[in-house]
Design a protein around this ligand. Structure first.
Ligand code: ADP
Ligand code: MG
Length: 320
């Protein structure tokens, strides 16, 4: 998607200081039409601050933000006409129905037809409950009504700050499917923030990782997953004579060490089963008493996230 389309959102060198503290340091990234872009980082990383600046709720100190070609400081109204978002809890009237809420909101915008209202209600899968009062809605339904409200004016950019917070797994899946549909089928550039890697993994096409107000990297989901799919496998060997075991293991590209009396080896994932069988046999033949050989679990996505953010941690970051 990067190669054949211009970025819908382009942020360069965004800096923001609140009081005496610099909250954002040189944030730069791009997001494209048709993708779900995840903004991933621990609590306090600067996600909400960045999002507030993108949707125009907060000013920036330095940097440029282009939305569909309009720079927000030079052409604020034109830039914002393309933005829909939920940053804090959306304004809703509990004593009104979902439909009445949307009508109320539509009156504040230009050119929103009842047909369009019905269309977004279908999109967010609320058709059968739209005439119920909001007070009867689950959190997930309210969140979906918030999405309906945010997309009424057909924004090219939809930004949601931690939209899955507090939702149950079914609610998360419903929301995820809707956001993917908006991006992949309707060409919207959808940006969501989260502190949960596992959620981003299922929802996003790309993620930008932010910690301590710095963008640490932007990755496609495949890149992030391949970082975790270790090409090596690790085994721990418990034997009576670790030194002898170490000498006996004869694999040219194996990475071998002894740690606390345990022989640790890393071997290529390809042919690992065959090689570990051979190593087992050689150890036994050479007279080493082999107690256990344990395969050590390879890194999970969550670990990579923690590692990426920990490298830049001045303390205080929390991953939940
Ligand atoms: N209005 C504010 N005044 C002072 N500090 C703030 C304000 N808003 C946010 N911060 C600080 O900025 C940092 C980033 O906050 P935030 O953008 O809310 O992070 P996130 O959304 O990633 O959890 C935090 O350390 C937070 O305490
Ligand atoms: Mg936040």
């Amino acid at each position: 998607m990067e190669n054949n389309s211009q970025a819908l959102l382009r942020i360069s060198n965004l800096n923001k200081t609140i009081g005496k503290r610099q909250i954002l340091h040189d944030i730069s990234f791009e997001a494209y039409s048709g993708e779900v872009f995840g903004f991933l980082g621990p609590n306090g990383a600067g996600k909400t601050t960045t999002i507030k600046i993108i949707v125009g709720l907060l000013g920036l100190d330095e940097g440029e933000i282009y939305i569909d070609g309009s720079e927000i400081n030079k052409n604020f109204e034109k830039a914002m006409a393309n933005v829909g978002g939920i940053v804090e809890n959306p304004e809703m009237y509990k004593y009104l129905t979902g439909k009445q809420n949307l009508m109320q909101y539509a009156r504040m915008r230009d050119n929103i037809t009842e047909e369009r209202i019905n269309e977004v209600v279908e999109t967010v899968k609320l058709a059968n409950r739209i005439n119920d009062k909001i007070s009867k809605y689950s959190l997930g339904m309210r969140q979906r009504l918030g999405v309906a409200q945010a997309i009424l004016h057909r924004p090219k950019l939809l930004i949601l700050d931690e939209p899955t917070n507090g939702l149950d797994p079914a609610g998360i899946k419903e929301l995820r499917d809707i956001l993917k549909h908006l991006a992949h089928d309707e060409g919207v550039c959808v940006i969501v923030s989260s502190h949960l890697m596992s959620e981003m993994e299922l929802m996003c096409d790309r993620v930008g990782i932010i910690a301590n107000g710095k963008m640490l990297g932007v990755y496609t989901m495949e890149e992030l997953v391949s970082q975790t799919a270790d090409e090596k496998r690790e085994y721990h060997i418990h034997a009576d004579d670790p030194e002898k075991a170490l000498r006996t293991i004869d694999l040219p590209d194996a990475d071998k060490s002894i740690d606390d009396g345990i022989v640790k080896i890393k071997i290529g994932a390809e042919n690992a089963d065959e090689n570990i069988y051979r190593i087992n046999k050689e150890l036994i033949v050479s007279g080493v008493k082999l107690y256990t050989v344990t395969a050590v679990e390879t890194k999970k996505l969550e670990d990579v996230f923690i590692q990426l953010t920990a490298d830049d941690q001045e303390g205080g970051g929390q991953i939940g």
